[in-house]
Design a protein around this ligand. Structure first.
Ligand code: C2E
Ligand code: MG
Ligand code: MG
Length: 446
């Protein structure tokens, strides 16, 4: 056993626990095993005061191989890429395939950014030699993103996220390049990783998690509903907030299966809480206007409610102002659901120059004043006027009004003075996992 471990440390051959998870195309250990190795290496580096570099390598134009010569040829090129990576890096460096034509390497004991970039350039050089495909050859370049531990991330997911951002930036600047992560990239939304592919798998593997944020009615002193907010526990990138994957899900249509899961999860959770005796009137879920585009949307929602023995008015669907229905059929489905008793809420109200006519056309119950106005309330007279106007509008139309993103007690005072009594925000509670939400709600009900 000791001998085996020794050989493994030197040659990075597969230890038994990883073998089952090895990647067919490259022969490298799987992603989950890679994350474990990274975690171990970070522990060792922390103790020794060393640095680790994580590289994410992406072949440029690889899609062309599959398109022109087919998948078998594609697999052969990936094998060759794996071989070249193995030869370029040291025996103690750990390699995995992240998916598609993306690979990651972890190299312990790098001196710093310059040293890591030199290794990355060797990788780029190794990829430049033509790949033989039968009688043809295929020439390509690669791009590399680098993140260093402890400089760019404190945990394994943070480090991979940083390397992924650096790779996205390398690709944006043109191919055949190396980028080291820098905090200036922190806000870059782009991903080089194939999140679409990962989300498809993630949906099947139940990687979505729900959080619940209480909505307080300061008039009655009660929490009468919670808003359901989705998170994605990505195997490599860690827990992702919705703005990192909802836009992609909307573009690709994946948002529909996502919406299905969220609606199902929220209804199941509400039914459970009610069975446990919580006096919670309802939940809200955020859906995209695209969800309403499926022809069976109305049946889908009513079936889900019926399956969990929930009354229709226990559910409120939040749709953001900017994604409001362009498709008349989708709008008709919103009307049908309203007639059935399901509530509709307009989210992020005031952020888009939208026509107010939809407040008449659609069966709207609630409007949620966007966080940006709440944030400036008391400081900016224009925010105060907008909030006052929205409150007047809600009153005039008999709508419920929720202020979102309430963080300070002064905002509560200003909102109440203006006549808004229903609010949610970090001041009361962050979005909570189901167990924590139960405790929060039970405490307030008691
Ligand atoms: P939203 O529906 O307007 O949700 C409110 C967002 O504000 C949530 O961010 C929440 O965590 C955050 N928030 C709440 N209180 C405060 C506060 O006091 N201060 C600050 N700074 N933020 C606060 P989150 O969870 O990251 O969600 C972002 C957006 O993603 C949501 O905005 C919603 O539009 C969308 N989203 C969330 N879950 C889903 C989903 O299941 N499906 C779809 N299609 N969209 C979703
Ligand atoms: Mg919302
Ligand atoms: Mg909102």
């Amino acid at each position: 056993m000791q001998l085996a471990e020794g050989i493994q440390a030197i040659s990075n051959s597969l230890p038994p626990r990883d073998a089952a998870r090895a990647d067919q195309a490259s022969g490298f250990i799987g992603r989950a095993a890679f994350i474990e190795r990274l975690r171990d290496a970070m522990g060792a580096a922390r103790r020794a005061g060393d640095r680790i570099a994580v590289f994410v390598v992406d072949l440029d134009r690889f899609r062309l191989v599959n398109e022109r010569w087919g998948h078998l040829a594609g697999d052969r090129v990936l094998k060759e890429v794996a071989l070249r990576l193995r030869r370029t890096l040291r025996g103690t460096d750990v390699l995995t395939r992240l998916g598609g034509d993306q690979f990651a390497a972890l190299t312990p004991g790098v001196p710093g950014g310059e040293g890591a970039a030199a290794v990355a350039r060797k990788v780029l050089d190794a990829m430049r030699a033509p790949f033989a495909i039968g009688a043809d050859t295929f020439s390509t370049t690669a791009s590399v993103g680098i993140a260093l531990f402890p400089d760019h991330g404190a945990d394994e997911h943070g480090l991979i996220r940083a390397a992924d951002r650096a790779l996205a930036d390398a690709k944006r600047r043109g191919r055949d390049g190396v980028r080291l992560y820098s905090s200036a990239l922190g806000d870059v939304r782009g991903h080089a990783l194939d999140l679409e592919h990962d989300l498809r798998l993630g949906l099947a593997r139940s990687e979505l998690e729900l959080r619940f944020q209480p909505v307080h009615d300061l008039g009655s002193g009660r929490v009468d509903s919670v808003e359901t907010l989705v998170r994605w526990r990505h195997p490599l990138l860690g827990l992702l907030p919705p703005d990192r994957f909802i836009p992609m899900a909307e573009e690709t249509g994946l948002v529909r299966s996502l919406g299905e899961r969220v609606l199902e999860g929220a209804c199941a959770q509400l039914a459970l809480w009610r069975a446990e005796g919580l006096p919670l009137a309802g939940v809200s879920v955020n859906l995209s206007a695209r969800d309403f585009e499926r022809p069976d949307f109305v049946e889908f929602v009513t079936d889900t409610l019926a399956r969990h023995a929930l009354p229709p008015d226990a559910l409120e669907i939040e749709v953001t102002e900017h994604s409001l229905f362009e498709d008349p059929d989708a709008a008709a489905r919103a009307v049908a659901l309203g007639e059935y008793g399901v509530k509709l809420s307009i989210d992020d109200f005031g952020t888009k120059y939208a026509s107010l006519a939809y407040l008449q056309r659609l069966p709207v119950n609630t409007i949620k004043v966007d966080r940006s106005f709440v944030r400036d309330i008391g400081y900016s007279s224009s925010s105060d006027s907008i909030v006052a106007a929205v409150i007047a509008l809600a009153r005039g139309m008999g709508l419920r009004l929720i202020a979102e993103g309430v963080e300070e007690i002064d905002q509560v005072r200003s909102l109440r003075r203006l006549g808004c009594h229903v609010m949610q925000g970090f001041l009361f509670s962050r979005p909570l996992a189901a167990d924590d939400a139960y405790r929060y709600l039970a405490r307030r009900a008691g």
